[in-house]
Design a protein around this ligand. Structure first.
Ligand code: FES
Ligand SMILES: [Fe+2]
Length: 411
């Protein structure tokens, strides 16, 4: 579990989908190219998948083998089967709030840029120049166009190739065929989602995206304070020397580790109230109540906390006046980046002291979790370990996660 987290009301979901100009047979089907690049699928990765048996009930089950957490081919399979198919959380609407805002990212071998054009339409593209493949945009910010840093080819924020420099004399070249390669993008509540296996540019209704991404948990999250109006306070990124699933497993142990690893946090929670509410199709929800506080106690946690895990790698935490999200991005088989974004109720925006104390307390929890995750990774790579067991009364959300992965990787 990351930090602690209670609830209010959700904004209407709205999917935004632009229509960049692109034509003919160009570009080649990128999702197919991406799939080819990652789909080596060596036999031993397939065998590793089969070593976990989701049919065994939780109280008798063994965990996935350590190879799930350290094998490069297994990660390749995950990228192909888990991350580059279906909707993935890639950012927040605060990052592309205004016309000309953009942000970049990377998932596996996919480099992407999400931007809002001057007309307010949201787009996502592969962040790769169509001339000689240079990355185009860098970081985040505002731009009226994307000019390639290599030879200056320039693209509009709708993906159109506006200028191809020094191409006089070129034959068989139509600028319209060399726009940026689109990625499907949508929003749900405050979140930006992308699908890397679908280049279609038609609009999706928000409830369709919600259903596809969150399944039947969509309504629960909608009515429990996942709120678009909460102002963004800050982003913190942590590079952790562990497989991305080690971080997710840590989040999904039903508070099991909290009394042992998070002394300060544990004193603010009623750990006996910690429960896994329900495992939906792709979402599991945990909840915990806060310990009763004295009148002038520091109230970071509010009265109850809700932790939603959205398969495969996105966590939404709602507690007191705060919401934070955690995105665990694989960087390699034994390395990941976790992106924390903090949002706070408007009424507390001027309370710098409260904000600083809250962030400091949360940082403490992250440091404790990072130490745990890196220790687990080293243990997973030890010859002493093969598989583990689940504590049946608390680790049901973790088991659900592993079963989803198994289904995804076997399909
Ligand atoms: S690689 Fe982009 S202009 Fe040459
Ligand atoms: Fe934790």
């Amino acid at each position: 579990m990351a930090a602690a987290r209670s609830l209010a009301a959700l904004s209407s979901a709205r999917a935004t989908r632009p229509g960049p100009r692109r034509a003919g047979a160009w570009p080649p089907r990128v999702s197919a190219a991406v799939a080819r690049a990652v789909a080596a699928e060596p036999e031993h990765a397939r065998r590793l998948v089969a070593e976990f048996d989701p049919a065994v009930p939780l109280d008798a089950a063994v965990t996935p083998p350590s190879g799930w957490y350290a094998d490069q081919d297994f990660l390749r399979l995950e990228l192909d089967r888990v991350f580059l198919r279906g909707w993935q959380a890639v950012g927040h609407i605060w990052q592309v709030k205004n016309p000309n805002d953009f942000f970049t990212g990377r998932l596996g071998n996919v480099e992407f840029v999400v931007c809002r054009d001057a007309n307010g339409n949201l787009h996502a593209f592969h962040n790769v120049c169509r001339h000689h493949a240079s990355l185009l945009a860098c970081g985040s910010g505002q731009k009226t166009c994307f000019q390639c840093p290599y030879h200056g080819w320039t693209y509009g924020l709708d993906g159109t190739l506006l200028k191809a420099t020094r191409i006089s004399g070129i034959k068989n070249f139509n600028k319209n065929d060399f726009g940026l390669v689109p990625i499907k993008v949508a929003t749900w509540g405050p979140f930006v989602l992308a699908r890397f296996d679908d280049e279609s540019t038609e609009d999706d209704a928000g409830d369709v995206v919600g259903d596809e991404w969150l399944g039947s948990a969509s309504e629960l999250l909608s009515t429990n304070g996942i709120d678009t109006s909460l102002p963004h306070i800050c982003r913190r990124e942590y590079i952790i020397n562990c497989n991305w699933k080690v971080f997710c497993d840590n989040y999904l142990d039903g508070g099991y580790h909290v009394p042992y690893a998070h002394g300060a946090l544990a004193s603010g929670l009623q750990l006996q109230s910690y429960e896994t509410l329900q495992a939906y199709e792709r979402v599991s929800v945990q909840r915990c109540e806060s310990a009763p506080s004295e009148p002038d106690d520091f109230e970071r946690l509010g009265t109850k906390a809700l932790y939603a895990f959205v398969y495969p790698n996105f966590m939404i935490n709602r507690y007191g006046p705060w919401m934070d999200t955690n995105l665990a991005v694989p960087l390699g088989s034994t390395k990941c980046k976790v992106v924390f974004d903090y949002f706070l109720d408007k009424s507390l925006l001027d309370d710098q002291n409260f904000i600083e104390r809250s962030l400091k307390d949360s940082e403490q929890v992250q440091m404790e979790d990072i130490a745990l995750c890196e220790g687990v990774q080293r243990g997973l790579e030890s010859p002493a370990y093969g598989v583990g067991r689940y504590a049946p009364s608390v680790e049901m959300a973790m088991h659900h996660f592993h079963c989803l992965l198994h289904a995804n990787l076997s399909g």
